[in-house]
Ligand binder design. Structure first.
Ligand SMILES: Nc1nc2c(c(=O)[nH]1)N[C@H]1C(S)=C(S)[C@@H](COP(=O)(O)O)O[C@H]1N2
Ligand SMILES: [Mo]
Length: 230
């Protein structure tokens, strides 16, 4: 083992400890703080991709996302392909929460969407399912092998948390393109980079070592921690 891989192993083991201790402290279903309408930030910064630069995405956007579908596949008994209007007809949750970006800014916004757990229940998890991966429409770094595409993952513990939603509305309006139209993840007890925007496909997996750089997310592959608890 080289020194850097040893150090990596140490970092990963403390990451695991933090995760375990945070979860002990927070409890399984503890909620992130929710705010009132008066607290909503007048300006909510957009970060990372603000308009995916792809022909496929632009075609969907021009059509008002009528042809967009959310794919749900991987370790599920019942793979799904859901339109935006189908998603909007499912029971929804609305929450006003604070978004914290690792770069040092925060903003409070209202989000409306479908509980991720609800969608997973309809898709029915297969044995071995452990993580949910979000595949996004945007390429943050232009490579020629798709490795610059944004993706993220969370475990089932966070997937079934009551505030984990796939949001299609922000501050009472359709989700703007800059904030991830037509659908983005809100996973309220973790930092901003976990909140995948432009979600196209949800894949249920037993592990994410075979995906991307193997660390479970675009920024994780570039050194950020996988568990980004606030
Ligand atoms: N698909 C995708 N999701 C993404 C990003 C991105 O560049 N692409 N940036 C992340 C980061 S670092 C943050 S802070 C939030 C920003 O969300 P906002 O643009 O709604 O403020 O989205 C996260 N999700
Ligand atoms: Mo961020």
């Amino acid at each position: 083992m080289t020194q850097s891989t040893q150090w990596g192993a140490v970092l990963r083991s403390t990451e695991h400890l933090t995760l375990a201790s945070q979860r002990r402290l927070l409890g399984r279903d503890s909620l992130a703080r929710e705010y009132s309408v008066a607290d909503i930030s007048p300006v909510f910064r957009a970060n990372g991709t603000q308009a995916p630069d792809s022909e496929d995405y632009n075609r969907l956007l021009e059509g008002g996302f009528a042809d967009w579908r959310l794919q749900v596949d991987g370790l599920v008994e019942n793979p799904l392909s859901l339109s935006l209007s189908e998603l909007k007809h499912l029971p929804s949750r609305t929450q006003i929460t604070r978004h914290d970006c690792v770069e040092g800014w925060s903003a409070i916004g209202q989000w409306q969407g479908v509980g991720l757990g609800k969608i997973l229940d309809v898709a029915r998890l297969k044995p071995g399912a452990r993580y949910v991966v979000f595949h996004c429409a945007d390429e943050l770094e232009v490579t020629f092998d798709g490795s610059g595409r944004y993706y993220e993952s969370i475990d089932l513990f966070d997937a079934y948390h009551p505030q984990t939603i796939l949001a299609y509305a922000m501050n009472g309006k359709d989700l703007p393109v800059a904030h991830g139209a037509p659908l983005r993840l809100r996973v309220e007890r973790q930092l901003g980079y976990k909140h995948a925007k432009y979600v196209m496909r949800i894949e249920v997996v037993s592990g994410f070592d075979m995906l991307g750089g193997g660390r479970g997310g675009y920024w994780e592959d570039r050194g950020y921690e996988w568990y980004a608890g606030i």
